[in-house]
Each structure stands twice: as structure tokens, then as C-alpha cells.
Design a protein around this ligand. Structure first.
Ligand code: NAP
Length: 251
């Protein structure tokens, strides 16, 4: 029977590569986007998955920083594919890159709501549609896109680091809570990966930071898609954070 996956922020950057990996693995994919500028990109990804992998797709505009947006997304997925959801990838994320004196409360609240609250809402809404059919032999998966910023401190990223370490805590706790019910919960903590997020920061600071990566280069979205593919096909991996980061952070 076909499996269904939901991905937040699945139209571009890392999310696009993760959407493609879900399609490659045979999931019907619900691709979420928020910005009007990403509508066509989400539809292009959906078309590509249908043509390349023969899966079904659904594109849903929703702001997952708000509970109502998350509910819109999950309700749309259930209406199209039924009350059985097999995978959830919490990927949507933003960053401010601001010092902690000048930053405005509404700016750091936006980061926490987008990066962390969205995952709380999405897991809360999706888990009933997982535990209604999951088992040891029919596992469901939740994968949270954290960051090396969830494992170490990064200057001018206090809100981002708080949100991303929060995701690692959420991953560990939910994994324990649902381990006996066939739902695995893992996280990916990317190092520096070239996407719009990195293109948007100060390039001198970025290059200086990139020069400190032991492997000597900034990673590619395919590195993160590879980690997702491993997680989804590794039945005994649970509660873990995998960090493709060029040895930027050792664990
Ligand atoms: P990106 O290119 O800037 O993409 C961000 C994605 O998040 C977009 O798809 C965007 O959707 C979505 N998004 C943001 N706010 C949203 C909201 N309120 N509701 C729904 N979707 C929302 O960044 P990226 O590098 O691919 O980042 C993807 C994830 O990887 C993020 O969680 C990020 O923190 C994490 N990460 C990235 C790096 C890196 O070096 N690039 C490193 C570590 C972790 P729209 O386009 O529709 O706005």
C-alpha cells in the first residue's frame, strides 16, 4: 500500500532535496510552502516527482509557524491521502543573524515559532495518524531538520541555536515516548549547506566560517537528502541526530 509523507518547506533548498528523496523512496508526498514566490517551485517539484517516480503529490500553502497553518496542512493531507500518514519531515526554518542587543522580540519569536513551534504542532497533529497503523513491522518516521547550531553555539544565532537544540530535545523525548508503538523519531543536523539561507548572510563572514570546515568546503543539499534516505531505511535508528557537517562539529 502506498505510503504518505508530509514535508514542511519542501519547495526549495534542503527541503526540495528532501522532497525528491521521499519521492524516490516511493512516498506520495505532501509538499508545503509558505511564500507566494515558492508556489511555482513547489508545483515544479511535485510535477517532477510524479513524472520521475510515479508517486502522487499534493502542494499545500500554509504558514507552519502558526497552529492553524499546521492544521490546514495536515487536514489537506488526510483529505487527499486518507487517515494514514507514514512520514513527517519538519524542515521549514528561518534565521535572523542578529546580535542579542539589537534584535527585536518579534524577530526572535518568529524564529522560535517557525523552527520549533511548527515541529511541536506538526508532531502533535500527525502522530494520531501514525499510531493508528504503525507497528514494529510497519514503522512510521518523524525527521526534524535541526542544525549544527543545535549542538554548538554560533555568534549572532542565539534564537536559531535555541530553536535547533529544542528540536534535538523534542526528537529524543518523542522517540522514547513512541518507540514501543512503531514510530521512530530522528533529526538531521546539517552543517553549512549552500542554499538561499546561506546566500542571504554576510558572504565575508560566511567564507571565513567555511574556511574552518575541516573537510574544506560547504556541503550540498544532496548530503542532507542522503541522511534522510538512511534514516528512513534504518529500522533500529531512533532518537538520534545525524550531522553531515564536513567534521565541523565532532560528536
Ligand atoms: P531556505 O532555502 O531558506 O529554505 C527555507 C524553507 O523553509 C523554505 O522552503 C521556506 O518556504 C520554508 N519556510 C520558512 N518559514 C516557513 C513557514 N512559516 N511556513 C512554511 N514554510 C516555511 O533554507 P534551507 O537552507 O533549505 O533550510 C532548510 C532547513 O535546514 C531549515 O530548517 C534550516 O534551518 C536548516 N539548516 C540549513 C542549513 C544551511 O546551511 N543551509 C544548515 C543547518 C540547518 P517558502 O519558500 O515558501 O517561504
Amino acid at each position: 500500500m502506498a505510503k504518505t509523507a508530509i514535508i514542511t518547506g519542501g519547495s526549495r533548498g534542503i527541503g526540495k532535496a528532501l522532497s525528491e528523496k521521499l519521492g524516490e523512496l516511493g512516498y506520495n508526498v505532501v509538499i508545503n510552502y509558505r511564500s507566494d514566490s515558492s508556489k511555482a517551485k513547489a508545483e515544479d517539484v511535485a510535477k517532477e516527482l510524479e513524472e520521475k517516480y510515479g508517486v502522487q503529490t499534493l502542494v499545500v500553502k500554509a504558514d507552519v509557524s502558526e497552529y492553524e497553518g499546521c492544521k490546514t496542512l495536515v487536514d489537506a493531507a488526510v483529505e487527499k491521502f486518507g487517515d494514514k500518514i507514514d512520514a513527517l519531515v519538519n524542515n521549514a526554518g528561518i534565521t535572523n543573524n542578529s546580535n542579542w542587543i539589537d534584535i527585536k522580540p518579534e524577530a526572535y519569536e518568529r524564529v522560535i515559532k517557525t523552527n520549533l513551534m511548527s515541529a511541536l504542532h506538526m508532531t502533535h497533529l500527525v502522530l494520531p495518524y501514525m499510531v493508528n497503523h504503525s507497528s514494529k513491522d510497519n514503522q512510521c518516521n518523524i525527521v526534524n531538520t535541526s542544525s549544527v547550531g543545535g549542538m554548538i553555539g554560533v555568534i549572532n544565532q542565539a534564537d536559531y541555536c535555541a530553536s535547533k537544540s529544542g528540536l534535538i530535545g523534542l526528537t529524543r523525548a518523542l522517540a522514547l515516548e513512541f518507540a514501543g508503538r512503531g514510530v521512530r523519531v530522528n533529526a538531521i543536523a546539517p552543517g553549512m549547506i549552500m542554499t538561499d539561507m546561506l546566500r542571504g548572510v554576510n558572504q565575508d563572514e560566511l567564507n571565513a566560517l567555511a574556511a574552518t570546515i575541516p573537510q574544506g568546503y560547504i556541503g550540498d543539499v544532496s548530503d542532507i537528502a542522503g541522511a534522510l534516505g538512511y534514516i528512513l531505511t534504518a529500522p533500529y535508528l531512533d532518537g538520534q541526530t545525524i550531522s553531515p557537517n564536513g567534521c565541523f562539529v565532532e560528536q
